[in-house]
Design a protein around this ligand. Sequence first.
Ligand code: URA
Length: 261
Amino acid sequence: MDPALSAEARDLLRSARAWLAEWTEEGVTSYPRPEPPAAGVEPATADPRRAAGVEPRAASPVVSPGAPASLSRGGEARLAAVRTELGECTRCGLCEGRSQIVFGDGNPDADLMFIGEGPGEQEDKTGLPFVGRAGELLTRMIERGIETARTEVYIANIVKCRPPGNRNPLPDEVAACRPFLDGQIDAVQPKVIVTLGKPAASLLLGRDVAITRVRGTWHEYRGIPVMPTFHPAYILRQYTDENRRLVWEDLKAARARSLEG
Ligand code: URA
């Protein structure tokens, strides 16, 4: 085959695979064969997400802007102090395998704070939490699910360095990082915390929890209301209408409470 043609074929295949992965993630399970258009009638939509009743992603998300700098509540300076204290941390073994520390991301004065487990491969590469596949889903849950800019919330993890092979962080690693997570919570002073998955819920609730039992129910940590929900990586693995509805309910409840008073 002509090398230029084979390169184009590979590109087309790559792009078709990416579309299929995205539609699958968005709940498209079938693609109705388009009927040939009747004369004078607009052709049926070519977007299978619409055909399957799933609204495609808006070109630009409906989001509200973050607080102007003039309304700063001092979170930025407090977070910077926590980051300085963390330094180039060697308090546990996770420092040996990391490329970089993944501290946190978002509005230092956020009303809503999300807490995950620990950085994965993409996060370790970029230095930002939740930027891989699970992160993309979390971003969509925030931006499309509760119509809030990702930049308006604050996102952190229990541990700031990638556990090898993405295993769960060990108790001594969690203990070493905990003062810094607490420091981040105290710095941001969110009105509501959303924990993502079992480890974050267990840590903040102070006991080993079953996430299916505690999700959707209110708890408290350091005087702040806590809403546990599923981890987006779990939703990616169990991409059912029911699971997506439950997470959406949890996020809506968290958002509404963060807007109270
Ligand atoms: N999973 C997490 O818990 N945190 C991240 O930052 C990425 C994936």
